[in-house]
Design a protein. Structure first.
Length: 334
């Protein structure tokens, strides 16, 4: 099935901050293709337009990282350099060459497809995505990738990377069929294979999952998401430059905590400077009655000596003596 966009590009792209119209769509495509020409990774399957090599790379790259594929791709091609050699091999030999890549169903389908190509197509690939999809193991994405890269059919591809780029570029949430339509509307028909690879490369290296690298993105001028990211970055810079309130001194915190744990505010309030109204038990734990080392001083001067046995803290007030608190029987200090 040939994919055609039912929605005009002007409507699809109206959400962009600098709306993409038929007028500036060429600038968008030029910008992306120029970036791709300058920055694309040198991968072995990009050095060829041979549909067999492109098809093989697309199957190997399914759910597998580029780095893991490189060696296997080279070894597999040395063993099976074309459709005919792959079709003539036994399944065991194909599986052995595939060893280490996992998902062995891909290898079996690859083998089946090669046999069908050899038997029904004289070892040659159909040139249209629509026909490629009839072969075993070739779905919509792989068919579009092979047709656009090897045969320059103007048809867009959508993988996880392209989907992420389009979602961010246009903003909002779009369904997968809508993403395919948007990708088709964006496609540069003069270089469909390179454009598709540029979109995938952008998603793999710039518009990455998590934090995209918008500052080096070649299509940021038209991206809906990018201005809000700039605003976020500006806001965080502003926040970083703003003076922060001074941290409280830890000693201050400990005093408050000590008061809370042992004396509690109710207990402190009941104390007085001259010691006439000393409480005899801690309202927090109730275990301090008659405890010899419990003294509570003036609440306004940050209290007194507290037993280390019940309360874990012992805080000596420098001004305990001013408050009229007697000598601490635990540590013998005032
Ligand atoms: S500007 Fe940022 S969010 Fe937009 S497509 Fe580029 S990398 Fe992705």
């Amino acid at each position: 099935m040939r994919i055609r966009s039912a929605i005009p590009a002007e409507t699809l792209l109206a959400a962009s901050p600098m709306p993409l119209t038929g007028k500036n769509l060429p600038a968008f495509r030029r910008s992306l293709l120029h970036w791709y020409d300058q920055n694309r990774r040198d991968l072995p399957w990009r050095r060829s337009r041979d549909p067999y090599r492109i098809w093989l790379s697309e199957i190997m790259l399914q759910q597998t990282r580029v780095a893991a594929v490189l060696d296997h791709y080279r070894i597999f091609l040395e063993r099976f350099p074309n459709v005919q050699s792959l079709a003539a091999a036994s399944e065991d030999a194909v599986l052995a060459a595939w060893s280490g890549l996992g998902y062995y169903r891909r290898a079996r389908m690859l083998h089946q497809c090669a046999r069908e190509l050899a038997q029904k197509h004289a070892g040659r690939f159909p040139q249209r995505a629509e026909d490629l999809q009839n072969l075993p193991g070739i779905g919509r994405y792989t068919a579009a990738a092979v047709a656009s890269i090897a045969f320059a059919e103007p048809i867009a591809v959508v993988d996880g990377n392209v989907e992420r780029v389009v979602q961010r570029f246009l903003g909002g949430h779009r369904t997968t069929p809508q993403i395919w339509q948007h990708a088709q509307a964006l496609l540069a028909r003069s270089r469909p294979g390179d454009f598709n690879q540029a979109m995938m490369e952008l998603g793999a290296t710039v518009c990455v999952p998590g934090e995209p690298r918008c500052l080096v993105c070649p299509i940021r001028r038209w991206c809906v998401t990018q201005p809000s990211r700039q605003a976020e970055a500006a806001q965080s810079q502003e926040d970083a430059a703003r003076p922060r309130p001074a941290k409280r001194h830890p000693r201050f915190v400990r005093r408050r905590r000590t008061s809370g744990v042992c004396s509690t505010s109710a207990m402190a309030e009941s104390a007085s400077c001259n010691g006439e109204r000393r409480p005899h038990s801690c309202p927090a734990c109730g275990n301090c009655r008659n405890h010899p080392s419990l003294h509570v001083g003036c609440p306004g001067r940050a209290v007194a000596h507290v037993s280390p046995f019940h309360h874990r803290y012992r805080l000596h007030s420098a001004r305990a003596s001013e408050c009229g608190v007697n000598q601490c029987r635990s540590c013998r200090q005032k």
